[in-house]
Ligand binder design. Structure first.
Ligand code: HMG
Ligand code: MG
Length: 305
């Protein structure tokens, strides 16, 4: 099968990336990061998370961030909303898309959102109805689709079951997430082939953390089966507070370099993303976790001398 000619890359660094930072990052830094990413051409940026600040303190400034960003026409700014309280906050903040996030593993569901999978779907139902009533895009995210830090193996049928439930809630897009980065290429293809029996492939996305260094291979494998939406994080920021040892999402710079090489259109300017990655890495006081980003930055430094 030929690869898609065009893909959508959803930038999740300001949320999935920064949520895991121990030191509280000022809202002004988050705002500048989001603005740099919209300038780079991302049409969908996960900028906020309206969860309990006791659970994820770093996201407590989400309303402030959403109020201060320079909104670029056409860009969707997304927010995580685990319940109605989160939805109301996202609505007030002007989120263009709300994200309900569940899991394919019971153990992870309990650790991350303190309820069973079935309970989470009931909680999401109200959020889904409110999103529809307010004409806000609704995305569903399914953690541990390729393995769970607590329970180990996760069967493709378990992922498909949650996909069906999220489809029935009216999700416009569903993320198949590798929270702890354990998936490998053939397994990833198998899961996408299984879930595509329940929900249109064109609305499924691949959300890969790079813990085991498999994310780019998994993205290529997903492209081979027709997946055309991917999540990535500038400078490879991130992890998950409820999956110890999990590292960041695949870096946006690496994904864009791959897409460029494959001649796949993204609408995003890699150089501007490299600048954004260097900006946030300088702020965090460490090197970007992006091979392509660091290579491009190093090449520029040589050229400047
Ligand atoms: P709970 O303790 O079961 O619920 O938490 P609760 O209703 O008893 O609320 C507890 C406290 O939080 C209360 O405050 C509520 O008012 C408050 P208190 O009375 O103790 O002072 N609260 C809220 N505050 C602000 N906004 C809200 C909100 N809701 C309740 N929306 C809950 C249940 C879902 C709230 C909690 O478990 C939670 O916030 N979990 C979030 C965990 C999280 O954010 N994880 C990271 C994001 S998911 C992820 O990264 C994976 C993903 O990237 C995909 C992948 O890679 O797998 C998406
Ligand atoms: Mg994630």
């Amino acid at each position: 099968m030929s690869l898609p000619q065009k893909v959508k890359i959803v930038e999740v660094g300001p949320r999935d990336g920064l949520q895991n930072e121990k030191e509280i990052i000022g809202a002004e830094v988050k705002v500048e990061l989001v603005n740099r990413l919209s300038q780079a051409g991302f049409a969908n940026i996960e900028a906020a998370s309206f969860v309990s600040p006791k659970w994820v303190p770093q996201m407590a400034t989400s309303a402030e961030v959403m109020a201060a960003i320079a909104r670029k026409p056409g860009v969707i700014y997304s927010a995580l909303t685990p319940n109605m309280r989160g939805f109301e906050a996202a609505l007030a903040a002007g989120a263009g898309e709300v994200v309900i996030f569940g899991a394919a593993s019971e153990a992870f569901s309990q650790k991350n959102i303190n309820c069973s999978i079935a309970e989470s779907i009931e909680r999401f139902r109200e959020v889904a109805e409110a999103a529809k009533a307010n004409k806000i895009r609704l995305r569903g995210s399914i953690s541990c689709s390729f393995g769970c830090p607590y329970q180990g193996e996760v069967a493709p049928d378990a992922v498909a079951d949650v996909v069906q439930r999220m489809r029935d809630l009216g999700c416009d897009e569903i993320d198949i997430a590798d929270t702890i980065g354990v998936g490998t290429a053939r397994k990833v293809q198998g899961v996408f082939e299984r879930v595509a029996k329940e929900y249109p492939l064109a609305q499924l996305s691949g959300h890969f953390h790079d813990t085991y260094g498999q994310a780019l291979a998994n993205i290529y494998a997903s492209l081979e089966v027709g997946v055309a939406i991917f999540h990535s994080s500038v400078a490879g920021l991130g992890g998950c507070p409820y999956a110890k040892g999990a590292t960041g999402n695949v870096s946006s710079e690496d994904v864009l370099y791959l897409m460029q090489g494959l001649g796949i259109e993204t609408g995003i300017d890699l150089d501007t993303v490299v600048d954004a990655g260097q900006f946030i890495s300088r702020h965090l006081g460490r090197k970007a976790v992006s091979r392509a980003g660091n290579a491009i930055a190093a090449k520029r430094a040589v050229a400047a001398n």
